[in-house]
Structure formats: C-alpha cells, structure tokens
Design a protein. Sequence first.
Lengths: 119, 241
Amino acid sequence: MIGALAVLLLFQLVGEIVVRWSGAPVPGPVVGMVLLFLALRWRGSLPDALRATAETLLSHLSLLFIPAGVGVIQYGALLAEEWLALVVSLVLSTLITVAVTALVMKALIGHGPGAHRDE
Amino acid sequence: MNSIGAIWVYLAASPLLWLSLTLVVYLIGRWLFQHSGGRALFNPVALAMTLLVALLLLTGTPYATYFNGAQFIHFLLGPATVALAIPLYLHWERVRRLFLPILAGLLTGSLTAMLSAMGIAGWLGGSPQTLLSLAPKSVTTPVAMGIAEKVGGLPSLTAVLVILTGVVGAVAAPALLEKLRIRDDAVKGFAIGVAAHGIGTARALQISSLAGAFAGLAIGLNALLTAVLAPVIVRWLHLGP
C-alpha cells in the first residue's frame, strides 16, 4: 500500500513539475493522471497493490472535498449579496449541462459505431 | 476548576480535533446515505459541509484553524486525482470506442455550462463580475480559479461556486439522468463529470467504476476546453474587462 501511495505521489510530483515548466492550463494532478495512465498502457498490466490502493482512495473521494467545501463559510457575505441569481443559475445550469451532455452522447451512440451496448 | 475550558483551549488549537471531526461527520453522512437507500438529500459532502459549518459558527472557530487540521485530508485530493488513471485504464477500450460521442458531449456540455450559467444569472440581475466568476463553475477548482482570474472574475468567489456546483450535480444529477432514461453508465459518468467535476465524480464512482472512469476523464477534458473557450466567449459577449 505504501509502495502504491509512493507511485501516486511521484506521478503527481512529475505532473506538477510538467505544468510549472510548460505553463499548461491544467492542474498538476490531472497531468499526473494522464502520465500514470500512459505508463500503465506501456506496461500492459496493472499491479494489484496499485489497484487496491487506488480503489480504496477513490471509494472515499467525497471525503476529500469536505475541507475545501467548508471554505464556503468564508464567503457568506459575498454569497448573500446576489444569492438569488447565484443559486438559481447554479442549480439550473448544472442540471441543463448534465442533460445536454448526456442526451448528445446518447444520440450519437445510438447511431454511431459504438451502438451495440447502448441501454 | 475550569478544566473543561482548558481542555477546549487545547482541542480548539490542535489539528487533531477538526481532523477527527471531519472523518466522523463524513462517516455519519455515509451511513445516512447508505441506510436511506442512497437518498440524494443525504449526500455525504453536502451533509458534512452543513454540519461542520454549523459547528464552526457555533464555536466561533475560524476557518484557518479548521483547515489546519483538515488539510491532511485535503492533501489526498492530489494522489486521488492521479488514481483516476486506474478506472480509465480498466475501461480504456470503451473510451476508445466512444471517441466521437465523448468529443461531441464535451463540446456541447462545456459550452452549455458556461452560457447557461452566465445567461441565467445575467437575466436575474447578476453583476458582470458575478457572471465572469460563474463562467468556469463546472471546472475543477484550481483551473477554474485560474480561468476566473484571466477573464476578470473573482477567483475566490469562483472557488465557492465550483464547490456548490459539484454538490448540486452530485445531489441531483443521478435522479435527472434516471428521468431522461439514460441507462449507459459511461454516458452518466461523463455527463456528471463535465457538469460537476470532482464532487460529481465522487458520486459517479458510487454508481460504478465505469461511470467513475468517464467522470474522471471528463474532469481533465473539460478543464482544458473551458480554459481555451472561456476567454473567447467572454470577449464575444462583451463582458470582459
């Protein structure tokens, strides 16, 4: 498990370095994710320990957002000023985005070459 | 005599208290979520946020003190994001087959997220700065803050809007997708990831590993595309600074 954690941290580290060096508009961990994915494809197999650690971490992904989420407390005044526009816009826009993305994909899968396991 | 006061002074300043409370509150949220049969209102992030904000307000604890303890959990977001490579690797064949639907969903989803957020808030009288801060709300926090800064929004406001967007997506998206009769977990995951980034992805992972893989992919792709499109759209709408 420690070995797997070291792998994840090292790929994040390399990702951060790449982002700082290239100025790409993505976060370091996302670059780390792409690099780890490429490394796994190149290797052609997934070590069990890495899979187990990753799955444990990801099964509690929502926990990891709580500390940042509580940060909302700092912006009470800011949110209070235009709360109606913000709340309505956030809720509706998020739902519309989910619906549009899903329906566009469904329509294309229904007609495209990947149609065999729709539904 | 004032031993309780003395203990509180120790606890309030030590990272241990808020670290432990964050874990306990999350476990309570998870227990409620599972024992309510996955009822959307008991979303663990939303519930934990509400409880912890209430606790901080009641005890008069500053956010910085709380974060001093909770940062150990926050730090794991990095390696967890890297770990999204694993579901992506496991479901790569399906991702490759769905290349075109993914590209089309990404493009329409990303544009819809920006235009609908700014359009609705503008229609309800939001100030230009609010609209600009809303534009990158569906993108993962660090990138969204960078975009907000670039187009003339308030990065700190954007950070809050991004989190709230994630919570809305995690709470409401699964029911909405059910109503729309979307049965394919790949489509479900990708749509949740485009609209609600990491918090949505956490929810997608509870649907299935396939949904999680597509949501994780969507985080990265939407971050890139929004970073490119947001400045263009803002200029086109004549909103920029």
